[in-house]
Design a binder for this molecule. Structure first.
Ligand code: SAM
Ligand code: SF4
Ligand code: F3S
Length: 442
């Protein structure tokens, strides 16, 4: 009988990448993918632990699946990702419906773990930190993604230990993939139709493998003819080294949106967070990049109401957003993570926290609306990713990662085309493509 796997993914782009690679692996032992979890022989939940009630969300999800299978044969249930790593065998004890726990650095063991379970019906948790073995394993498996915009994980883990963050505990120490293996994967993806490569890592700009840095990777991927656009995420301000800044001078394919999380506009709070940089350092990077290319824009992540944040600290954040005019940014109220240094600190009053978040989100939203408005009646380059769900229009991204929806022929999927923007809202640019002004962008 054919085995079907259903994979549900929470969390960041690295989890999305991992889920695809997990599928590349289990294909080898006879699994095909299903989009209906009710039909699955194997239900895999790839989890995220970054904030909120992450753990409870997982148990809730598993509870829902359990109900569906009350009168049917139970699927093999696997929990992977950052909650799996943080909770390990606790999950097997609390929810007997779960069969296997596999942490993010143990995915290379997934086929053997499944086969072993099928044979012996013995539950297990695989939560060692072994990124090198994982990278070695996946290097040998073709990445079957065939998307116009494709991810490649180049680095895992984090050594920075910001006091609020769970990542160093769930993903382990920083570890970089070998340069040649990344280039090979990029070439394979290009052959399968990728036009954009997004390089991923929890600290992507800390990439360092035998003295190759992120800058070397970008310039090498740039040589792949089919690749039109290169992006990387997520970066730490401390690792915005001169060589990486210089790439913005030399590269024609590196997009002018820099996602550089600052978290707060207050030096005092940055220090409390153990972020290891100041606002002056951050603005310095911003100014250097803008000097190289004045069309560069920044996006960021903000943590609002970090324990100890005063009204004055909050105003520094507010003013920084006004000054830099961030676009496409994320903001969340601080969420205490078990096991982190900040987990025991006194929280800011709930009402005040929400008020501050609302204020920040309104400002970010206004920035976005204004920037999108300023593009109306202009012609911009759009990488066409697909048709919209109803197949009536095309959908793609601007250079700044803003979604663009427009009329056009599906033969343009995978091309960079010129689109005249006619309308906009906070999240989307709407426009029309004209064959007359459509030329491929170098
Ligand atoms: N490595 C990146 C950096 O240092 O900027 C961030 C990676 S983290 C996976 C993504 C974002 O999650 C962070 O930038 C931060 O804003 C947010 N985050 C992490 N821990 C959080 C927490 N405890 N509460 C709220 N937001 C959190
Ligand atoms: Fe988390 Fe990023 Fe800080 Fe690492 S640098 S601990 S991933 S926020
Ligand atoms: Fe979440 Fe782990 Fe990514 S905690 S954000 S899935 S690194």
């Amino acid at each position: 009988m054919q085995q079907k796997i259903f994979i549900k993914t929470f969390g960041c782009q690295m989890n999305e990448y991992d889920s695809n690679r997990i599928f590349d692996s289990v294909k080898k032992i006879g699994y095909t993918k299903t989009n209906r979890y009710e039909d699955a022989n194997c239900y895999l939940l790839n989890t995220c632990h970054i904030r909120d009630k992450a753990k409870e969300k997982v148990y809730h999800e598993i509870g829902r699946v359990k109900k569906t299978f009350r009168y049917k044969e139970k699927p093999l249930v696997i929990v992977t990702g950052c909650v799996a790593q943080a909770e390990n065998d606790e999950m097997l004890k609390r929810e007997p419906f779960i069969d296997l726990i596999i942490g993010p650095q143990s995915y290379h063991k997934i086929n053997d773990t499944i086969l072993n379970f099928v044979k012996k019906k013995k539950k297990s948790d695989e939560t060692d930190f072994d990124a090198i073995s994982k990278f070695d394993y996946f290097n040998k498996l073709k990445n079957s993604a065939n998307k116009v915009s494709s991810f490649i994980t180049i680095q895992e883990g984090c050594d920075k230990f910001c006091h609020f963050c769970v990542v160093p505990y769930t993903r382990g120490p920083e570890c970089s993939r070998q340069f040649e293996h990344i280039i090979d994967e990029a070439k394979n993806l290009a052959e399968s139709g990728a036009k954009e490569i997004i390089l991923l890592g929890q600290n992507v700009n800390a990439y360092n493998s035998e003295n190759y840095r992120l800058s070397n990777l970008i310039l090498e991927i740039e040589k792949i003819k089919e690749i039109e656009r290169i992006r990387y995420t997520t970066s730490h301000p401390k690792d915005m080294t001169e060589d990486l800044i210089e790439v913005y001078k030399d590269s024609k394919k590196l997009m002018p949106l820099v996602h550089l999380p600052v978290q707060t506009g207050s030096d005092r709070v940055l220090n409390l967070m153990n972020r290891k940089h100041t606002i002056k350092d951050y603005i310095n990077v911003y100014n250097k990049l803008r000097k190289i290319n004045s069309s560069i824009k920044f996006s960021s992540d903000f943590i609002i109401a970090y324990p100890g944040e005063t009204e004055e600290d909050f105003n520094f954040t507010y003013n920084l957003i006004k000054e830099i005019k961030f676009i496409n940014s994320y903001s969340f109220i601080f969420s205490p993570r078990p096991g982190t240094i900040a987990s025991n600190l006194d929280l800011i009053d709930r009402k005040i926290s929400h008020k501050r978040l609302e204020k920040i989100q309104e400002l970010l939203s206004n920035n976005q609306i204004q920037i999108n408005k300023s593009i109306e009646n202009k012609i911009i380059d759009v990488l066409v990713e697909n048709q919209t769900e109803d197949k009536k229009k095309l959908f793609g991204k601007s250079e700044y990662m803003t979604s663009v929806i427009f009329d056009g022929d599906k033969k343009n999927i995978g091309k960079v085309v010129k689109v005249r923007i006619t309308r906009s809202n906070r999240n989307t640019l709407i426009g029309e493509m004209s064959e007359n002004f459509n030329q491929k962008v170098a």
